[in-house]
Design a protein around this ligand. Structure first.
Ligand SMILES: Nc1ncnc2c1ncn2[C@@H]1O[C@H](COP(=O)(O)OP(=O)(O)OP(=O)(O)O)[C@@H](O)[C@H]1O
Ligand SMILES: [Mg+2]
Length: 327
């Protein structure tokens, strides 16, 4: 299913709960497509970036070659936020009178840690990548951060577009107002007096802001179009065959559908195979290998192991049983 779906799309998003295997599955899919001859760009949008861990090398915010036909990059949230804020502060300075520059700086500094700032900045980078990479690559594969984050991210283009629209409308009104003033002033210079006698710089400022807002708006609406174009784009949810990941998958699917993004398929990862006898023993040995590393790195920390149970822990009774096993 997965490779068949991948072959027919230009953009794939992988989302899902933490640790289910998004990075592993998205990277494997990207590699499989690259091996079939497509030029593929694998992009991690997760601030925790484990693409580098998976490939065992540094991968930065610019594309690097990972294999034949396969490039990878990790969107850097901090750098992205900085670039984003610089641009916003630049446009705010244009909007405000020069003596308010200090206020603008204060506002920008406060915004740096505001909720949603990283998401907005990352969304803008995704939009840029989709815009620019379309020329150089046959396919884009996005490895996203755990579910809630992803759904908010996907809903963002709409919000950002609405926000930009609002600003443009406000600019329109302001522009009409200034032009009325200017016309009034054409006989007696009333407008010029009100506007500080700087007709031309003002007009320039207006058009710089307008073109910036329009570029942003176009970028977000292009992304919106790309995301909701089911011919071109598919969203794949990765999950484990466990209770919470299943419930979260259902919820994520709902959220995505509401924002007009079609889920192309589900990958249930880490299923236990049939015929467990010998497998379980091997798996146990494998666990001991990982735990030895853990012990070596953190020798002084207390540790307790809990056994994988045969049934989901649901309901008070089961929870009590599980709680007793903690003793
Ligand atoms: N089918 C599998 N069998 C065994 N181990 C797996 C399998 N898929 C993934 N893993 C392992 O599970 C761990 C988590 O996988 P991965 O990093 O791909 O998850 P993720 O969803 O990207 O996590 P995060 O939400 O933290 O980004 C890794 O150590 C990976 O090697
Ligand atoms: Mg990951």
């Amino acid at each position: 299913m997965l490779l068949e779906l991948a072959r027919s799309k230009h953009i794939l998003f992988f989302g899902g709960k933490g640790g289910v295997g998004k990075t592993t599955v998205s990277a494997a899919t990207a590699l499989a497509m690259a091996m079939e001859g497509k030029r593929v760009l694998l992009v991690s949008t997760d601030p925790a970036h484990n693409l580098g861990h998976l490939f065992n090398r540094d991968i930065g915010p610019r594309p690097v070659r990972l294999a034949s036909n396969l490039d990878g990059m990790e969107l850097d949230p901090e750098q992205t936020v900085n670039e984003h804020l610089n641009e916003v502060s630049g446009s705010l300075r244009k909007l405000m009178a020069p003596h308010l520059a200090g206020e603008v700086d204060k506002h920008i500094e406060l915004s740096r840690d505001a909720p949603g700032m990283q998401e907005a900045a990352i969304m803008e980078r995704i939009a840029e990548v989709v815009e620019q990479a379309a020329r150089e690559y046959d396919m884009l594969v996005f490895d996203t951060a755990p579910s809630g984050h992803t759904a908010r991210l996907i809903a963002l283009p709409e919000m950002m577009s609405a926000w930009t629209d609002g600003l443009i409308k406000r600019r329109d009104k302001a522009e009409r107002f200034s032009s009325v003033l200017r016309n009034m002033g054409s006989d007696k210079s009333i407008g010029n007096k009100v506007l500080g006698g700087q007709e031309d710089p003002l007009a320039e400022r207006e058009s710089a802001i307008r073109s910036l807002l329009n570029r942003r708006k176009r970028r977000f609406s292009d992304l919106r179009t790309a995301l909701s174009d089911a011919q071109r784009t598919s969203f794949i949810i990765v999950l484990a065959a466990e209770r919470l990941p299943v419930l979260e998958t259902i919820e994520l699917h709902d959220q995505l559908r509401r924002t007009g993004v079609k889920v192309g398929g589900l990958i249930v990862n880490k299923r236990l195979p049939d015929g467990l006898g010998e497998f379980l023993t091997e798996r146990r040995v494998q666990e001991e290998v990982h735990l030895a590393t853990l012990k070596q790195a953190l020798p002084d920390l207390p540790r307790q192991d809990l056994t994988l149970v045969a049934h989901d822990v649901v309901g008070l009774e089961a929870l009590e049983r599980f709680a007793r096993s903690l003793a």
